[in-house]
Design a protein around this ligand. Structure first.
Ligand code: NAD
Ligand code: TYD
Length: 335
């Protein structure tokens, strides 16, 4: 099978490509990525020259490239997006362009060439849960996005479903919670905290630090996508979450500090993010019952593994933090 992966040079996309080729070595992957600040070919360095992996530099809003790639492939797994909430608050433009317009380009091509598309989305489209409620998001939760990033992802989800309802395209959607693990850009909370602590810097904690995320290890997410691609029902949405719920941001930093053996004086409370969602939690019963999905370890074990990875791969994140990582592809692609 030939799979078009969009955004495969980013965090989840590169983990997915590694996961997929390990578990499906006879498939061929075409990675279409624009290499924005978040795309890093070092994430896939070990696959360079491999006969079943191909990198294609391109933008998902470029209709010619998109149509050419969709035509050549059997299946699309769509990760490409602007993904950082804080950046969307500063400037929403690229979020609308890539996340909404780019998704529409892929959908149009999927429709025209009759190809299946799996759309990777987020639980952030459902908005915010109260800290003291026991409520969780599920596939029937109404959409209620509260920042430009989640609004742009909600827009893309609605388009995917509208293309299914209107034209009967072959699609599935997954709404996953916050991922963490190897190759995550260190602007996101967990890698930012780990790398700042390794550098002896402070960890900025927004507001009171009591915001809760449903942490999902990236490999569990990749396994869930595999299950959806192989056993998921066309036209369905699946919510994917992690093993540990109701861990707040302050607790996450304290756990990382404990693993690293540093001290809590590194925690610095800073001004809160505007419209900061208080709590996310996912009820992944449907994925469990229909697909047999289940996280394979608990949060503490995965967090230890993740801290270990950042300790052992310091040049990977140091190049990002110093900005030199983009020279690597500029040399190859003149970007
Ligand atoms: P990321 O920011 O690490 O990577 C995004 C990738 O997309 C980068 O390689 C970037 O170069 C590429 N890209 C951006 N704009 C593009 C364009 N116009 N054309 C082609 N490529 C483009 O993101 P991530 O954290 O890996 O997230 C991947 C997907 O998963 C996104 O759709 C995101 O909304 C979704 N998601 C993320 C999380 C999370 O916690 N990170 C959770 C749930 C869902
Ligand atoms: P983030 O990784 O940006 O993911 P998202 O906003 O998509 O959930 O943030 C995770 C949580 O950590 C969120 O509640 C915001 C908080 N946060 C901080 O407290 N400090 C930071 O420096 C960052 C980046 C996030």
């Amino acid at each position: 099978m030939k799979i078009l992966v969009t955004g495969g040079a980013g965090f989840i996309g590169s983990n997915f490509i590694h996961y997929w080729l390990k578990n499906h070595p006879n498939d061929e992957i075409f990675n279409l990525d624009k290499l924005t600040y978040a795309g890093n070919l070092k994430n896939l360095e070990d696959l360079q020259g491999s006969p079943n992996y191909h990198f294609v530099l391109g933008d998902i809003t470029n209709v010619d490239i998109v149509r050419d790639m969709v035509r050549k492939c059997d299946l699309i797994v769509h990760f490409a997006a602007e993904s950082h909430v804080d950046r969307s608050i500063i400037d929403a433009g690229e979020f609308i362009r890539t996340n909404v317009l780019g998704t529409q380009m892929l959908l149009q091509a999927a429709k025209d060439f009759d190809k299946r598309i799996h759309h990777i989305s987020t639980d952030e489209v459902f908005g915010s849960l109260d800290l003291d409620s026991k409520e969780k998001f599920n596939e029937k939760t109404p959409y209620d996005p509260k920042n430009p990033y989640s609004a742009s992802k909600a827009g893309s989800d609605h388009l995917v479903r509208a293309f299914y309802d209107t034209y009967g395209i072959s699609m599935t959607i997954s709404n996953a919670s916050n991922n963490f693990g190897p190759y995550q850009f260190p602007e996101k909370f967990i890698p930012l905290a780990i790398t700042n602590l390794l550098e002896g810097k402070k960890v900025p904690v927004y507001g009171d630090g009591l915001h809760v995320r449903d942490w999902l290890y990236v490999e569990d997410h990749c396994r869930a996508i595999d299950l959806i691609l192989n056993q998921g029902e066309i036209g369905e949405t699946y919510c994917i979450g992690g093993s540990t719920q109701d861990v707040n941001n302050l607790t996450v930093v304290k756990k990382i500090i404990e693993i690293l053996g540093t001290d809590e004086s590194a925690i610095e409370f800073v001004k809160d993010r505007p419209s900061h969602d208080r709590r996310y939690a996912i009820d992944w019963t449907k994925a469990k019952e229909k697909l047999g999905y289940e996280p394979q370890a608990d949060f503490d074990q995965y967090l230890k593994q993740t801290v270990e990875w950042y300790k052992n791969n310091q040049s990977w994140w140091q190049e990002i933090k110093s900005g030199t990582y983009q020279e690597y592809y500029q040399k190859q692609y003149g970007g």
